[in-house]
Design a protein. Structure first.
Lengths: 115, 117
């Protein structure tokens, strides 16, 4: 069975600094995709970044980048130049290529950006 | 371009009543997914539907819960005889093709928070 683990229930960072959120996963599949979703207090789930397992290059979206270590089954999210609007729950998620829609989420990390 | 629309945003039901949650997918999306989020937890998959078909309901409780996505109209998640443990946020997501493809990440609605008193 696939599992996703986020070991940091809460984190905080000063505005303009960099923070890294960790995520590990467990799977025997070779074809899969990984995602980070952001959930602000409005409760909306917003896709931040995604990574295809077959790509060695780490995905980047503006201030957000990932460190994808396939052998270690690790998928951390780095947020650079943190902004107050980054305050939210962050969820790591996994889906394998043959899945029929079962996106598996971690329990989330609550990130607070302090002024 | 409207996103995934869910209503109501908040729903309060007494124990034993029925709850009906609605989801209109993004325009052009024919695949709908329902997830449940308990307090302090991540989202858990419940069911995957295409128009008029249930594709995967492996995450649905065996009793009291049902889902449909008719040819016309929104997808409905129905919970009969609600109990306090059903209190949660229920999210709908949609995609143009099956979400096992890297080209179709899920687009989520804002969720319906169900409170059972």
């Amino acid at each position: 069975a696939q599992t996703v683990t986020q070991s940091q229930p809460e984190m905080s960072v000063q505005e303009a600094e960099t923070v890294t959120l960790s995520c590990t996963y467990d799977t025997s599949e070779s074809n899969y995709y990984l995602f980070w979703y952001k959930q602000p207090p409005s409760r909306q789930m917003i896709l931040v970044i995604r990574q295809e397992a077959y790509k060695q290059q780490n995905a980047t979206e503006n201030r957000f980048s990932v460190n994808f270590q396939k052998a270690a089954k690790s998928f951390s999210l780095k947020i650079s130049d943190s902004q107050l609007g980054d305050t939210a729950m962050y969820f790591c998620a996994f889906i394998y290529g043959g899945s029929q829609g079962n996106l598996i989420f971690g329990k989330g990390t609550k990130l607070s950006v302090k002024p | 371009n409207a996103g995934v629309m869910q209503n109501p945003r908040h729903l309060v039901r007494r124990r034993g009543q029925e709850a009906r949650l609605r989801c209109s997918p993004m325009k052009g999306h024919s695949h709908v997914y329902w997830y449940r989020q308990l307090p302090e937890e991540g989202l858990k998959f419940m069911v995957y539907l295409q128009k008029e078909n249930i594709i995967d309901e492996s995450g649905m409780p065996k009793e009291r819960f049902s889902a449909e996505f008719p040819k016309e109209g929104p997808s409905i998640l129905r919970i009969q005889q609600v109990v306090r443990g059903d209190s949660a946020a229920y999210f709908c997501a949609s995609s143009p093709v099956g979400s096992g493809s890297s080209h179709s990440p899920l687009h989520f609605g804002n969720g319906t928070r169900l409170t059972v008193t």
